[in-house]
Design a protein around this ligand. Structure first.
Ligand code: CUA
Length: 332
């Protein structure tokens, strides 16, 4: 390879690296592509930290190159001491202090409970191995149970009450707000205001067992009116009470662990399935919500999600599995 070719491929690799790093900054799970007030503050803080740290690094690297330059004229001791004082002590201290001051100033803004009064909506999310229990507490209506997906109205402040049913999990929807742990025996609170509609993703951010990496939460931010209609739909009894397929669900004992509002199925060990057909995914964000995926999950849940508690139902025939899956898909 000639010198010119080497330089060209070097430039190409550099451009490719920059493009790839930029591509990683957007998407439904990016803290650098914020769609919430709190996430925007955190993204700004990150960028300032990056620029501040980069500035210090440039200074240090520049000094290093300067110091190792051959045939450089020697400095006298006084000017060398002055350089070390200003460039080595004052400059990094001031830069880091300014960043710290900004971070401390930001902190009260990330905990906006006291100054805003009661939020329009409170949502309780409980981390479990390996799924999320979700309960909506509208201001003037009874609680509504759901699982593995949260929906929020855009532009409105929502308070999230975070709990754990077993081990430590961590709630984090990077595009909407910062991260907060879910700790057994403790209730943590997180307040957020989404600023854009869309579908976002949050991974469980604390190792919680074998299927930790298969525990994700879908967050759907909607227009307030659309959200109110959706919530009203969730508050109604599940359409599954008299539907075809319910006897399969009941006779196989599914109701011991899963609840379907308005039926005798009232188990609370596994996710609420009252309106599972309307969710975007199943298995806590790991499989598409389709009858085929539902049947597969029911038959062999340990393959889709190792270490979780649901027993396998692979003794059921193909027709029975299809019937169950079809019934669940119909629970809109
Ligand atoms: Cu739940 Cu990690």
């Amino acid at each position: 390879m000639t010198g010119g070719q080497a330089a060209r491929s070097g430039r190409f690799l550099l451009v490719l690296a920059v493009l790839l790093s930029q591509a990683a900054c957007s998407g439904p799970q990016s803290a650098l592509d914020p769609a919430g007030e709190e996430a925007a503050q955190i993204a700004t803080l990150f960028r300032l930290m990056l620029y501040g740290g980069g500035l210090i690094w440039l200074f240090v690297a520049g000094s290093l190159i300067y110091a190792s330059w051959p045939n450089r004229k020697a400095h006298d001791e006084r000017s060398a001491g002055r350089f070390i004082f200003w460039a080595g002590a004052v400059f990094p201290s001031v830069t880091l202090l300014l960043l710290l001051a900004y971070a401390l100033w930001l902190m009260p803004g990330l905990r906006p409970f006291a100054q805003e009064g009661a939020p329009a909506l409170r949502v309780e999310v409980t981390g479990r191995q390996f799924w999320w229990e979700v309960i909506y507490y509208p201001r003037d209506a009874p609680p509504i149970l759901s699982a593995n997906e949260i929906r929020l109205p855009v532009g409105e402040r929502v308070e999230l009450t975070l709990k754990s049913g077993d081990v430590i999990h961590s709630f984090w929807i990077p595009a909407l707000a910062g991260k907060m742990d879910m700790i057994p025996g403790r209730t943590n609170r997180l307040s957020l205001r989404a600023t854009a509609t869309g579908v976002f993703r949050g991974p469980c951010a604390e190792y919680c067992g074998t299927s930790h990496a298969l525990m994700a939460l879908v967050a759907v931010v909607m227009e307030p009116r659309e959200f109110d209609n959706w919530l009203a739909g969730q508050a109604r009894p599940s359409p599954g009470a008299g539907a075809e397929g319910f006897d399969l669900f009941r006779d196989n004992g599914c109701g011991a662990c899963h609840r379907i509002a308005g039926t005798v199925a009232s188990g609370m060990i596994g996710p609420d399935l009252s309106h599972i057909g309307s969710r975007r995914s199943i298995g806590a964000g790991i499989l598409p919500n389709s009858p085929a995926a539902l049947a597969e999950f029911i038959a062999t849940p340990h393959l889709a999600k190792p270490g979780q508690q649901m027993p396998a139902f692979d003794m059921l025939g193909r027709d029975e599995l299809a019937g169950l899956a079809g019934y669940l898909a119909g629970l809109q």
